[in-house]
Design a binder for this molecule. Structure first.
Ligand code: KIV
Ligand code: ZN
Length: 500
C-alpha cells in the first residue's frame, strides 16, 4: 500500500510571518476554510501567545474547521501552552505544536540554557501539553545545525512524555538533500522511539532547496510535510505546498505516496492568498505562476496542439486552472450563472449568489466575453471586501497629453457626500490625491500595482494598494474594467480596512 503523506499547512503561521503577508481575522478564516477544501491534514492557525489577534483568530478557526486538525504554535513555556490550549480546545481535532531550539548556537546565545536543561524543559512542557491536548507535536528548532546524538536523546524524552509527532526542521534553510536524508536516517538509528511516532519535516528556502529537502526527508521516512501556499514564509519562505503535491502526483513512479490533497483546489487557494495579501507570485513560479502553463514558442504551441503531452507534464485542469474559457455573456441568466459557479467548484448561499450575480451582470454589460478568470476575480474580490466607511459615489477625470490631469472624486462618508479635487501628472495619482482631501486621516501610499485579470483591452483591471497608517500596513483591492476606478476602489478598500 502506498505511504500516506500528511500535509501540514503553515501559511497562517510561518507564512503570515513574512513581510507584507499579514492578514486580518476575517481573511484568516476565509483562507482556513479554503485550506480545508484543499484537503490539508493540518492547518497551523497561528501562535496564540504572540498577540491577542493571533489568539482570537486561532480560536475562531478552531471553531470553524471540522475536517482538518487545527494546530497552534507554542514555545516550550507553560504560559504559551496554556494560551495555546485555551485557543485551540474548541477544535474537532486540536493539536499543540511546541518547540525549543536545539543547536549549540541557539541554546548558547538565544536561550542561554545548558543542553541538559533544554532537554528537561522540553520533556516537562511536552508532558504538560499532553495532559491538556490529545495530540502534541514537538519541534527541535534549528535541528539541521544540531548534534544528532543530542536530537536522538531529546526526541526519546519528549516521545516518552507524550509527543506524537516529531518535527526535524531546517529552520535556516541550510541543509542539502543528501545531507538531510543521511541526517534523518542517522537520528532514526540513534533514537529508541522515533520510529514509533510520525516524523515531520519543515524546510525553509534560503538556498532554494526547501522542496528538494522536503522530498529527501520523505525518502528518509518523514510522513508529514510542513509547507505553505505559494511558498510564503520567513525570509525566503517555506517549501511550497503546490510544488510538493504536484511532484508527488506527477512523479508517482518515484515517490509512490498518496496524499489527501484535492489538486483541483490549488489555483483557487493560491489566488485567494494573493488577493488577501496583495503579494503576487512571480510569473514563472512552478505550478501557480501566470506562465506555468503558457506555451510561447511557436514550436511548442504546435507540439501542444498536436498532442498536449509533447510539452505538458501535467494538465492545467489538474491544478484547477481553467484556461480562460469563455463562459457567459450579458444575456446569461441566473440559472446559467449558478451552473457555471457549481462547475467551478463554488457553492454559494442564495444571498451570496444574488450579490455575485449582480456583479456579474454589471461586468457583462461592459465586457463582451466573461471568462472563468473574471468570475473567479469577482468572487475573490467580494469575499475580502472590508466594511465601507467611505463609499465611492462618482468620479470624473480630465486627462490628456497636453493638459494637466484633474480629478474630481465624490465619496459618501456615513451618509454625507464630500468632494475632493486634485491635479497631478496622471489620472491615478490625481484620483488618489482627490480622495486624500476627503479623508479624516492621513495615510501614506506604500505600494501600488495593477494587472489585467484576463486578456484583451476590455479585460478587468485588478489593483492592489498597500497603505501605511500609524505603523501598520493595510491592503486594499479593487476591480473594474476602468483602471482608474479599480485603483480608486483599491485605495478606498485599504482605507476602509483601517476602520474595519
Ligand atoms: O522554522 C522553524 O523551525 C519553525 C518551527 C517553529 C517549527 O518555524
Ligand atoms: Zn519555520
Amino acid at each position: 500500500m502506498a505511504k500516506r503523506i500528511n500535509f501540514f499547512d503553515t501559511t497562517l503561521r510561518d507564512g503570515e510571518q513574512s513581510p507584507g503577508c499579514s492578514m486580518n481575522i476575517k481573511e484568516k478564516i476565509l483562507l482556513a476554510k479554503q485550506l480545508e477544501k484543499l484537503g490539508v491534514d493540518v492547518i497551523e492557525a497561528g501562535f496564540a501567545a504572540s498577540s491577542e489577534g493571533d489568539f482570537e483568530s486561532v480560536q475562531m478557526i478552531a471553531n470553524e474547521v471540522k475536517n482538518s486538525t487545527v494546530a497552534v504554535l507554542a514555545r516550550a513555556v507553560k504560559g504559551d501552552i496554556d494560551k495555546a490550549w485555551e485557543a485551540v480546545k474548541g477544535a474537532t481535532k486540536p493539536r499543540i505544536h511546541t518547540f525549543i531550539a536545539t543547536s549549540d548556537i541557539h541554546m548558547k546565545y538565544k536561550l542561554k540554557m545548558e543542553p541538559e536543561d533544554v532537554i528537561k524543559k522540553a520533556e516537562e512542557m511536552v508532558r504538560y501539553a499532553s495532559s491538556l491536548c490529545p495530540e502534541v507535536e514537538f519541534s527541535a528548532e534549528d535541528a539541521t545545525r544540531s548534534n544528532p546524538d543530542f536530537l536522538a536523546k531529546i526526541f526519546d524524552k519528549v516521545i516518552e512524555a507524550g509527543a506524537k509527532i516529531i518535527n526535524i526542521p531546517d529552520t535556516v534553510g541550510y541543509t542539502t538533500p543528501d545531507e538531510y536524508y543521511n541526517f534523518i536516517m542517522d537520528i532514526r538509528k540513534k533514537s529508541k522511539h522515533l520510529d514509533s511516532v510520525q516524523i515531520s519535516v519543515h524546510c525553509h528556502n534560503d538556498l532554494g532547496l526547501a522542496v528538494a529537502n522536503t522530498l529527501a526527508a520523505i525518502k528518509a521516512g518523514a510522513t508529514q510535510c510542513e509547507c505553505t501556499i505559494n511558498g510564503i514564509g520567513e525570509r525566503a519562505g517555506n517549501a511550497a505546498l503546490e510544488e510538493l503535491v504536484m511532484i508527488m502526483n506527477v512523479r508517482g513512479d518515484i515517490y509512490g505516496v498518496e496524499t489527501g490533497i484535492n489538486t483541483k483546489e490549488i489555483m483557487k487557494t493560491s489566488h485567494l492568498l494573493t488577493s488577501i495579501t496583495g503579494v503576487s507570485v512571480q510569473p514563472n513560479k512552478a505550478i501557480v505562476g501566470a506562465n506555468a502553463f503558457a506555451h510561447e514558442a511557436g514550436i511548442h504551441q504546435h507540439g501542444v496542439l498536436s498532442n498536449r503531452e509533447t510539452y505538458e507534464i501535467m494538465t492545467p485542469e489538474s491544478v484547477g486552472l481553467t484556461m480562460n474559457k469563455m463562459v457567459l455573456g450579458k444575456h446569461s441568466g441566473r440559472h446559467a450563472f449558478k451552473d457555471k459557479l457549481q462547475s467551478m467548484g463554488y457553492d454559494l448561499a442564495p444571498e451570496e449568489l444574488d450579490k455575485a450575480f449582480e456583479e456579474f451582470k454589471k461586468l457583462a454589460d461592459v465586457k463582451k466575453q466573461v471568462f472563468d478568470g473574471d468570475i473567479e476575480a469577482i468572487l475573490t474580490d467580494r469575499e475580502v471586501k472590508a466594511e465601507d466607511k467611505y463609499k465611492l459615489v462618482r468620479f470624473v477625470i480630465n486627462s490628456g497629453n497636453t493638459i494637466t490631469t484633474t480629478a474630481s472624486v465624490v465619496l459618501n462618508k456615513e451618509g454625507q457626500d464630500i468632494e475632493g479635487i486634485a491635479v497631478a501628472g496622471g489620472p491615478v495619482d490625481a484620483a488618489i490625491r482627490a480622495i486624500d482631501k476627503c479623508l479624516d486621516i492621513e495615510v501614506e501610499l506604500a505600494d501600488y500595482s495593477i494587472q489585467s485579470v484576463t486578456e484583451g483591452t476590455d479585460a478587468l483591471g485588478y489593483s492592489i494598494i498597500k497603505i501605511r497608517y500609524k505603523d501598520h500596513n493595510y491592503i486594499g483591492k479593487g476591480m473594474s474594467i476602468n483602471i482608474v476606478e479599480a485603483s480608486i476602489k483599491a485605495y478606498l478598500n485599504a482605507v476602509n480596512s483601517i476602520y474595519a
